[in-house]
Design a protein around this ligand. Structure first.
Ligand code: E4P
Length: 241
């Protein structure tokens, strides 16, 4: 499963890239609102950091508006994927973008039927929102599982991108469900790295290493000291020669 970062924060994206685990980035208007500035500039910077797909979301609700915004994003960098919300107009925009060779990510998917339609319209990524479904007492991972099965069964030319990830267990479940991609907030990516037993294990290894090293140094010191006391004995002998 590929890992995308779900953020518009440049520093977060840089650190995931340094860790070697960044396959792409998803942004949305809420994530962009947290950083502010110019969306175009932020997108350009992100596209320079990662060669993987970078989702840029349109906010227009009519087809022509979506096409205008999406075409604009698509010319910012070759790895831009235009993110379009599921709707009747959204499907039409996805179909039009597809015929123009512009890749799309259909977002705000809450049922596998929505995902099936988006795939038929030509979306290259399908984003089921796992956490938001869990929030309303449904099992968001069911939609991921169903979509993965549909894609496999019918050989659909699209990828399932588990979105709205709320905790590390969602990442495990998405991978086991066969999601092609999961997009993860930086905070959760860090949670995935750390484990209390890893932390205590590192402390213990360091402690044991230092105790052996200290013991070795003290043995060597004693040895040197003994060698030092022998020196006067051998010195007269050499003088006698
Ligand atoms: C990513 O493409 C989605 O926009 C994002 O994962 C939504 O996450 P949220 O439900 O935590 O806002």
């Amino acid at each position: 499963m590929k890992i995308f970062l779900d953020t518009a924060e440049i520093d977060e994206i840089r650190s995931a890239a340094r860790w070697g685990v960044l396959d792409g980035v998803t942004t949305n208007p809420s994530l962009f609102a947290k950083v502010g500035g110019s969306y175009d500039d932020v997108l350009r910077q992100i596209c320079q950091i990662t060669p993987g797909p970078v989702s840029a979301e349109v906010v227009a609700e009519d087809v022509e508006g979506m096409l205008r915004e999406g075409r604009h994003f698509a010319q910012l960098a070759p790895n831009i994927v235009v993110k379009v919300a599921m709707s009747e107009d959204g499907l039409e925009a996805i179909a039009r973008f597809t015929s123009e060779g512009i890749k799309t990510n259909c977002t705000l998917i809450f049922s596998s039927n929505q995902g099936l339609l988006a795939a038929r319209a030509g979306a290259s990524l399908l984003s089921p929102f796992v956490g938001r479904l869990d929030d309303i007492n449904e099992d968001g991972m069911d939609v991921v599982r169903e979509l993965v099965a549909m894609v496999r069964t019918h050989g659909l030319a699209t990828e399932v991108l588990a979105a709205s990830i709320r905790h590390p267990r969602h990442m495990t479940m998405a991978a086991l469900a066969g999601a092609h991609i999961a997009t993860v907030p930086h905070r959760i990516l860090r949670q995935m790295i750390h484990h209390p037993l890893t932390t205590s294990g590192i402390v213990q290894f360091r402690k044991d290493w230092e105790s052996v090293r200290n013991a070795g140094e003290s043995t060597q010191r004693k040895g040197n000291a003994n060698a030092g006391t022998r020196t006067p004995l051998s010195a007269p002998h050499s003088r006698a020669r």
